[in-house]
Write a protein that binds this ligand. Sequence first.
Ligand SMILES: [Zn+2]
Ligand SMILES: [Zn+2]
Length: 166
Amino acid sequence: MIIDLSWLLDHPREIQKFHWQLEGENSDLDGELARFQDQVEVDLTLTNEGKYIVGSGTITTVLGFACGSCLEWYSWPLRVEFPLQLCDEAQNQGLEDEDFIWYHDNQADVSSVVLENIILHLPLRRVCQDPCKGLCPQCGVNRNHEDCDCQEDETDPRWDALKKLL
Ligand SMILES: [Zn+2]
Ligand SMILES: [Zn+2]
């Protein structure tokens, strides 16, 4: 995702918008447990503030996660807004790298910023519904969809024999 700032740099105080529509569908995001389920839309609105180019970005997509409890895939819409600050690499004088995206020959690559912001907003707890009933530990059915006759606290018959001795 390369942006060309040539026009904006020639127009102080002006605003320029950038838009991408990326084919993210079905590509893995986080190993095998998360993937894109739709296109990734990225919008940037940037203003030429003189020394810096500042603005904001928006990422919109649908992610899919494997439920941590029943393992079934579910959809999770994502919308992330983030601030942006770009600075000419030639004027890099002691500025902290992490606060800026550097541009070089009027061009900047925003791919890693976009990916970072997606990863930063991934939920830590991934469940298809709350509460997810999970899988039956005995017969393995997905208890969100069907009931089974397994006893919740069925004890091992060998314990019964042992109990008789005590
Ligand atoms: Zn689940
Ligand atoms: Zn069962």
